[in-house]
Design a protein around this ligand. Sequence first.
Ligand code: HEC
Length: 156
Amino acid sequence: MLKKTIVSGSTALALAASAILFAHSGVSGIIKERMDSMKALSKQSKRVTAMFKGKSEFDKAEVIAAADLFVLHGEKMLSQFPDTEQSRHGKKTEALPEIWTDWDGFTGEVNDFIKYSQALQQTAATTDDRSQLRKSFMQATQSCSSCHKAYRKPKR
Ligand code: HEC
């Protein structure tokens, strides 16, 4: 009984702590979730880009990890942009209204991203040729920029 109280007490503390963290960054809920996804994509992309530029040692496993991560997050992406007040206008979001006024176009971008990421998985499964891997990786990351250009607020 006592033990149970202590456990739920510390859970409440942990929840309070994370609520404070969210309040500090000003980002929460679905916006935080999709920003975290995007950041994970960006982190792995940078790692692979550095390898292709010769700034770090080439390791095909990193390309495979990128392709897997792209597909994983690509498949979650549509559900991370629900048409709700919070999703459209939440604090700090860079999502443009065109996502929802042109949902078909946005869906097309998501599907292209998944398609090129699956192609990258396929390339990585069938060759060790770096220029082919690079080409396939570039094609996938071009769909990041293509979607950002149309559906994300430009950097000021
Ligand atoms: C289908 C569209 C789409 C694709 C594909 C896409 N993004 Fe994004 N990305 C967005 C949108 C929209 C936002 C703005 C989200 C927000 O602020 O609510 C965003 C935000 C970001 C951010 C900023 C996150 C933050 O913390 O503010 C980064 C970094 C990013 N994307 C990287 C990537 C990378 C790298 C890829 C590809 C590997 C990618 N994105 C693929 C639409 C996309």
